[in-house]
Design a protein around this ligand. Structure first.
Ligand code: ZN
Ligand code: ZN
Length: 340
């Protein structure tokens, strides 16, 4: 099978042996895998949270089952979550499922940028495999994992529903926050991004977007909530400048390895700023994301600007690094279909 392998300076597409299944595992043929900002960080050696396996926004068709589990059959169209918690430890039972000791240890192998991959029995047994409804195509389903992360982040922000929200970083994850807030709340939404391409992308979707380099911090009240959907330190410090007294800053984008916060602790307390962080998603979050996508409450396909074949993964990575792109999908199929 063809598979992406991390090599020094990037990725190479190599012929690898098909994974051999242990008891309880399944083999999946990849249909689509979204390219995520964290994949780029892993390739650059900048990612800090988990082992550098690339490709996790993946959906596919089950081609082999070595499982006593009667629920999953060859031919099933599925989303397999790469990280799955235990749901029974103290942290899981108290809402911190993505901090479960098991969560980051589980993964698909060798990753989503591969013609085939293996799903561990742990993930299957703990509810990490979702079947896709017939009305949901694979392109849209590849947003289940990233939208699941957004479902979690917005839930953790505990909104009343009419807040002034500023989203820093108008990449795919920032825009998924915008689309979801727009579909489920009456919040006013404003984006900040230095890229002209991304600002006009926001405007085409009906959002306000400003350049943080030329537009000063809003005068007056400031934002009730600032979502930082970028990893660079300047985006994080801008977040603290944009939030109103008593407001919330949600750190969503994984900060770069060297990023440091230099805020005065007294300023945070005297201005009663709440800092919220949100890491990844559990299977309740991905289940909600599946529902939001298949019911078309969140029209994720608007964000797809490029589809590449697996052989073209290096072109896909180059396109993702230029800011003239939004969501990029990769498929091992020779002739990718258009999202609809
Ligand atoms: Zn991702
Ligand atoms: Zn746990």
């Amino acid at each position: 099978m063809l598979s992406a392998v991390i090599v020094s300076g990037g990725v190479a597409i190599r012929e690898l042996p098909t994974p051999v299944l242990s008891q309880g595992e399944i083999l999946v043929a990849t249909e689509f895998c979204g390219l995520c900002g964290t994949d780029l960080e892993k390739l650059a050696g900048e990612y800090t949270a988990s082992a550098p396996i690339i490709g996790h926004e993946v959906v596919g068709t089950v081609v082999e089952v070595n499982s006593p589990n009667k629920d999953i059959k060859v031919g099933d169209r599925i989303f397999p979550h790469h990280h799955v918690p235990c749901y029974s430890c103290w942290k899981c039972k108290h809402g911190s499922t993505t901090m479960c000791d098991h969560y980051r240890k589980t993964n698909i192998f060798p990753g989503g940028f591969s013609e085939l991959f293996r799903v561990p029995s742990w993930n299957i047994e703990h509810g990490g495999v979702l079947k896709l409804p017939q009305n949901l195509n694979f392109e849209r389903a590849s947003f289940i994992e990233p939208l699941g992360c957004v479902v979690r982040s917005i839930r953790k922000c505990s909104l009343a529903g009419d807040e002034k929200v500023t989203i820093i970083g108008a990449g795919p994850m920032g825009l998924l926050h915008g689309l979801m807030l727009d579909s489920s709340t009456k919040c006013s939404i404003r984006f900040l991004d230095t890229s002209e391409y991304r600002r006009s992308f926001c405007e085409e979707l009906g959002f306000n977007a400003e350049n943080p380099l030329t537009n000063r911090v809003q005068t007056g009240e400031g934002s009730d909530l600032v979502i930082v959907a970028a990893g660079n330190p300047s985006a994080i410090s801008r977040g603290f400048e944009e939030v109103r007294q008593g407001g919330k800053v949600c750190l969503f984008g994984v900060p770069h390895m060297s990023a440091q916060l230099s805020n005065k602790a007294a300023d945070l307390l005297n201005n009663e700023i709440s800092v919220i962080t949100s890491y990844a998603a559990d299977d309740q979050d991905t289940g909600q994301a599946l529902e939001l996508i298949s019911s078309r409450k969140v029209n994720v396909e608007k964000l797809v600007t490029h589809i590449y074949t697996l052989q073209q993964l290096n072109d896909a990575i180059a396109a993702a690094k230029s800011t003239n792109s939004m969501k990029i999908l990769v498929t091992p199929c020779a002739q990718p279909s258009k999202p609809n």
